[in-house]
Design a protein around this ligand. Structure first.
Ligand code: UT7
Length: 326
């Protein structure tokens, strides 16, 4: 039986750190409010001139070293992002160029905070169906370019970063054991960047009205996030024929520590077995989980044979969960 193994991971956060106190100098907020309501302490912001593909390149190079593969062994590049370098070509195409890779298929997927897990599920099916042997799956976001810096309800919540994983077909026990995913377009308006696409093309008015930034009904999103994150987690565990007791580490999407707390309570996973990185990164949309996964591996939180559960929820709405044996 073919399994999809995660051969290696890499991550990258831009150098500039933006603390809660830094935000408090710009909008009517406090470190106390942000910390107690979200768990966030700081986030990283990309430098002017850095594009999303530049972040992917950094993370991918580390993933290649970790996996022990040469870039020419990669058959497909998948990048999950809501902030592509350009409307087109895809960020994946720029990554291929910047890394000097072969003319392999390279493309982006759009599933917001769930995009890395959507990428893993897609990569898993491409490997199991024999289309590819080795795939680079990455997710990267420069949220600092699409936040409304005058809206305290949203601007403090996000950060920039990138994570990547090299997937390879394997005959062993390790690899992706189960997947679960879903979406509900009926709720798309609750978390949306309204302008810049065909529905609302860019104009002087859209720019003046800050329609190219994150618009979110935080309370509403919060409730759906808890329900769907636990649904994805519980069903991924079930599909792997495991119980929550068999999970060695849970890596949830990190949008709000209170969402994570509510999710693990419902999914019956202790906090000690839950990886928390939101304090250092804030919500990097799809990049959050691959960065946390890379950090967890490098910190020794994931040992050979461990069952790692991950689940995400994001704009769309989209959600996904996987169990991966390392
Ligand atoms: O990645 C997946 C998608 N995103 C999410 O999952 C995020 C989901 N939502 C959330 O995490 C939370 O709803 C927020 C963190 C966005 C907001 O937390 P909340 O506890 O739901 O606060 P709230 O929206 O109910 O606002 C409570 C108060 C309001 O003041 P009033 O109207 O009660 O006077 C806000 O204006 O807190 C105020 N507030 C702030 N105060 C200081 C909102 N943002 C801030 C801020 N600093 N940054």
């Amino acid at each position: 039986m073919i399994r999809t193994k995660i051969l290696g991971t890499g991550s990258y956060l831009p150098e500039k750190v933006m603390t809660n106190d830094d935000w408090a100098k710009l909008v009517d907020t406090t470190d106390e409010w942000i910390t107690s309501r979200t768990g966030i302490k700081e986030r990283h912001f990309a430098a002017p001139g850095q594009a999303t593909s530049d972040l992917v390149v950094e993370a991918a190079q580390k993933a290649f070293v970790d996996a022990g593969v040469d870039k020419d062994e990669i058959d497909i590049i998948i990048v999950g992002t809501v902030g592509a370098d350009n409307a087109y070509p895809s960020t994946g195409n720029w990554v291929q160029k910047k890394l000097g890779m072969k003319t392999i298929p390279s493309f982006d997927i759009s599933a917001a905070c769930s995009s890395f897990l959507y990428g893993l599920i897609l990569g898993d099916s491409l490997i199991k169906s024999g289309v590819a042997k080795t795939i680079l799956v990455s997710s990267a976001e420069i949220m600092s370019r699409i936040i409304n810096r005058e809206d305290r309800n949203t601007c403090v919540l996000f950060g920039d970063g990138a994570g990547a994983a090299v997937l390879r077909a394997s005959g062993g026990e390790e690899g992706i054991l189960s997947t679960y995913w879903g979406a509900d377009g009926n709720l798309g308006d609750l978390l949306i960047q309204p302008a810049g696409g065909s529905a609302m093309p860019a104009s002087r008015e859209t720019v003046d009205n800050k329609m190219h930034t994150v618009h979110m009904k935080g309370n509403e999103v919060f409730k759906h996030a808890v329900l769907r994150m636990q649904e994805a987690a519980v069903n991924a565990v079930k599909r792997a024929n495991l119980t929550s007791k068999d999970i060695d580490l849970f890596i949830p999407h990190q949008a709000n520590f209170r969402i994570i707390e509510a999710t693990i309570k419902r999914a019956k996973i202790p906090l000690e077995k839950t990886y928390i990185s939101i304090d250092k990164t804030a919500n990097m949309s799809g990049a959050t989980i691959p960065v946390a996964l890379d950090w967890a591996r490098r910190e020794g939180r994931i040992k050979p044979g461990d069952n790692v559960l991950t689940s995400a929820f994001g704009a769309g709405f989209t959600w996904a969960g996987l169990v991966i044996k390392f």
